[in-house]
Design a protein around this ligand. Structure first.
Ligand code: SF4
Length: 274
């Protein structure tokens, strides 16, 4: 696949679109209410965050979890040619709307890149490539092209392909056998606070499962489908996630781990893991 898009955030080339376009509600993740389409009071005039080094102690844990999948710099520098919403206020609503769409498109590209690499089926790899090219073309278009993208249909196509690849990859790890004795190890399962330490979970389908605060210390999550799995506060110390399926940086940012946690090479250990 000849995808030239960088799917990792480059905040230095972004007009703080996540700190302006998006809203958040006062909660355990955010110390204040902030409506969408308004600058965060902690944002400096140069779009940097004045409390960047102290986000968690200041009550902004949510900011350390969020990841734009590289949408911010593309919208700032490519779609709007390096002219910020502060320089041209007439572009503000369009820029914020485009950012929200491009983030969704980039997230789909992230998943498709993994699906294309993990499948053993050349036809599925080609389908992932084909879909990625269409999505990348939409993401790199002008503002009207981005806003015209049929995100819902694309989501459906991506989801179907991801599931097909997941079934294929998990089958090679005996996913079916893994699930029979463990009724809880299934897509969408409520596993909040569950003790799954030192388990060989290989090939399980935990797509959309709730693993909030679950203990996964020392477990092997090879070929475990983690698409949309809620890993907030999950204990990943010593766990092996190097070949987990569809794991993203925001999921890792929301979890707890340490230097012994093994991650796929495209993900980084969050600063709060120490
Ligand atoms: S606290 Fe900092 S990172 Fe979070 S939204 Fe505000 S300016 Fe952005």
């Amino acid at each position: 696949m000849t995808l030239s898009l960088n799917l990792s955030p480059d905040c230095g080339n972004c007009f703080a679109l996540c700190c302006t376009a998006l809203g958040f509600a006062r909660s355990a993740d955010f110390a204040i209410d902030k409506p969408a389409a308004s600058p965060c009071p902690n944002m400096a005039d140069d779009f940097s965050c004045t409390i960047h080094q102290r986000l968690r102690p200041r009550g902004f844990r949510g900011c350390t979890v969020f990841d734009c999948f590289g949408a911010g710099q593309v919208v700032s520098q490519r779609t709007f040619s390096g002219t910020s919403w502060a320089q041209d206020p007439s572009s503000t609503s369009s820029m914020f709307a485009v950012f929200k769409v491009v983030r969704q498109l980039h997230e789909m590209l992230w998943y498709l890149a993994e699906a294309g690499q993990r499948t053993f089926d050349p036809d599925l790899a080609a389908a992932a490539d084909h879909l990625s090219e269409a999505i990348a073309a939409a993401a790199q278009g002008d503002a009207s092209t981005v806003l015209a993208a049929d995100v819902e249909t694309l989501h459906g196509e991506v989801r179907a392909l991801l599931m097909e690849v997941s079934e294929e990859v998990r089958a090679s790890y005996g996913a079916e056998d893994q699930q029979i004795p463990d009724g809880g190890l299934r897509a969408g399962a409520d596993l909040m606070g569950a003790n799954l330490a030192d388990r060989r979970l290989c090939g399980s389908d935990l797509r959309g499962a709730y693993l909030i605060g679950a203990n996964l210390r020392g477990s092997d999550l090879t070929a475990v489908d983690l698409l949309g799995t809620d890993l907030r506060g999950a204990q990943l110390h010593g766990a092996d996630l190097t070949k987990a399926l569809y794991l993203t940086q925001p999921q890792i940012n929301a979890a707890e781990g340490d230097p012994t946690t093994l991650l796929p090479p495209q993900l980084t250990k969050p600063a709060h893991w120490g």
